[in-house]
Design a protein. Structure first.
Length: 196
């Protein structure tokens, strides 16, 4: 089982996380940001990951540090759980409908961080959640894992649906990318011989 537990404490956040890449979609999430909780819960469920995450952050300021630091720790957990990356499929993609929204997500666990964010979220807020933080989450996650993450809105008008579709599609793309290719279980999926 590919399971990792991490903790990270700064002046802005205190995070404890356990991730099981081969889970069943179970979750216990508490970040102090209701919308982020919702996104992480559905991320775990749709990726079939096991996720336990507690973040105590300076949400009295705003949600920025909580969202960014959670993404950093989650990306690091994926990286640690994958070890040398032997046997993983490396690439994953998903086109996911969420009501009127249609979202494409694609990932490459390459060791190189890149984000292509073309969600074009129409509103600045969903409830009290600043929708700019979706990009910050993707950036923190991609840098920490060392992967290229692309998310694109193909259709959609409702900001909640667009963001929810993005997290679900990202989860399913990652589930494919981290899955083990049984025929090549001992191979590093790169001509370089390493992904780290």
């Amino acid at each position: 089982m590919r399971i990792v537990t991490l903790a990270r404490k700064t002046a802005e956040t205190d995070i404890e996380l356990t991730l099981n890449l081969d889970g069943v979609g179970s979750y216990e999430v508490g970040t102090g940001c209701g919308f982020l909780n919702h996104m992480l819960e559905l991320f775990a469920r749709h990726g079939r990951f096991g996720l336990k995450l507690i973040c105590r952050g300076d949400t009295h300021v705003d949600d920025h540090h909580t969202v960014e630091d959670t993404a950093i720790v989650l990306g690091r957990a994926f990286s640690d759980a994958l070890g040398d990356r032997a046997g993983i499929r490396r690439y994953g993609s998903c086109i996911l409908p969420m009501d009127e929204a249609l979202i494409l997500a694609a990932v490459d666990i390459s060791g190189r961080a890149a984000v292509g964010d073309a969600l074009e979220i129409p509103t600045e807020k969903v409830g009290t959640f600043d929708t700019q933080l979706v990009h910050e989450f993707l950036l923190g996650f991609a840098r920490s894992l060392g992967c290229a993450v692309h998310v694109r809105r193909l259709a959609g008008e409702n900001s909640h649906h667009i963001i929810e579709g993005a997290f679900k599609a990202l989860a399913r793309a990652l589930a494919e990318a981290v899955s083990i290719d049984a025929e090549h279980a001992n191979e590093i999926p790169s001509t370089k011989g390493t992904i780290l």
